[in-house]
Design a protein around this ligand. Structure first.
Ligand code: IPE
Ligand code: IPE
Ligand code: MG
Length: 254
């Protein structure tokens, strides 16, 4: 007898507030079907729609999706071009639906490398959804964890050079304020699809205490039930943040 996963959903208070996803496996999904990699990316865009909707419905606060890394420029030029076109087309197709679903869109990464039209469109999408109060959807595009830390370091150095900041007052807390997403809860759960068990320069600073979850499922196949499995695994873990298991158990009963 099969059990419908929806009969036993993770209780809302045990859900991760911030889910981050490395959406991997589009190319292999296509290769397994003797299709061009492009088709894998197209199917991957459909999975994005499914997972955004599922997170929205479940009441997740923030969903951060890794769409294009600073290293993905190393791919063949035709694939980079396809990804950029798909990025713009998906945004155009989805913006109305996202806005109606009360989703607030945000982009992180160095957008100066993108075409003017993509830069304009991402800014427009952020403005259009700025007042929405539902899911915060963060798209990491031309994003790299090292880039993020370097840009934070650069801004701090500018403050010092301008005489507004003493080097001695640079602490981890202050540095944090200059990194991306510092105004949002840190990622509770990282999901990576596609079977690889690595971070690939995603949110290096922000994931100091994130729970990591790896699945062999390829991104174009990923669905709401897979997300629920990841949430259930998350809910079963004890996060200790450096403390002992006893301390955590005692504070839970306090
Ligand atoms: C993830 O799928 C999409 C991006 C990195 C943009 P891949 O294209 O990396 O798929 P695989 O890893 O080759 O299967
Ligand atoms: C990570 O996937 C980047 C994105 C999902 C955007 P990659 O496929 O680029 O990662 P590596 O190269 O296998 O580490
Ligand atoms: Mg990959």
């Amino acid at each position: 007898m099969s059990v419908d996963v929806r009969d036993s959903l993770t209780p809302p208070e045990q859900l991760p507030r911030h889910v981050a996803i490395i959406m991997d496996g589009n190319g292999r999904w296509a290769q397994q079907r003797s299709l061009p990699r492009t088709m894998g990316h197209r199917e991957g865009a459909k999975a994005v729609r499914r997972i955004v909707q599922a997170c929205s419905e479940r009441g997740v606060t923030v969903l951060t999706l890794f769409a294009f890394s600073t290293e993905n420029w190393r791919r063949p030029p035709w694939e980079v071009e396809v990804l950029m076109k798909l990025f713009l087309a998906t945004l155009r197709n989805e913006i109305r639906r996202l806005d109606e679903a009360n989703v607030r869109l945000r982009f992180i990464g160095d957008r100066s490398a993108f075409s003017g039209i993509l830069q304009d469109y991402t800014a427009k999408a952020e403005r259009r959804t700025a007042a929405n109060t539902g899911l915060i959807l963060v798209i990491a595009a031309n994003y790299g964890g090292r880039w993020d830390m370097a840009q934070a370091g650069r801004k701090l150095a500018e403050e010092v050079a301008a005489g507004r900041l003493q080097p001695g007052s640079i602490t981890a807390d202050l540095f944090h304020h200059y990194t991306c997403l510092s105004d949002l809860p840190e990622p509770d759960l990282l999901i990576r699809t596609g079977g690889e068990q690595r971070i690939s320069n995603f949110l290096l600073w922000q994931m100091a205490y994130t729970e990591l979850y790896f699945t062999d499922r390829l991104w174009p196949d990923y669905d709401a039930d897979d997300l629920e499995s990841a949430c259930a695994a998350f809910a079963s873990r004890q996060r200790r943040f450096g403390q002992t298991a006893d301390q955590i158990a005692r504070s839970a009963h306090a």
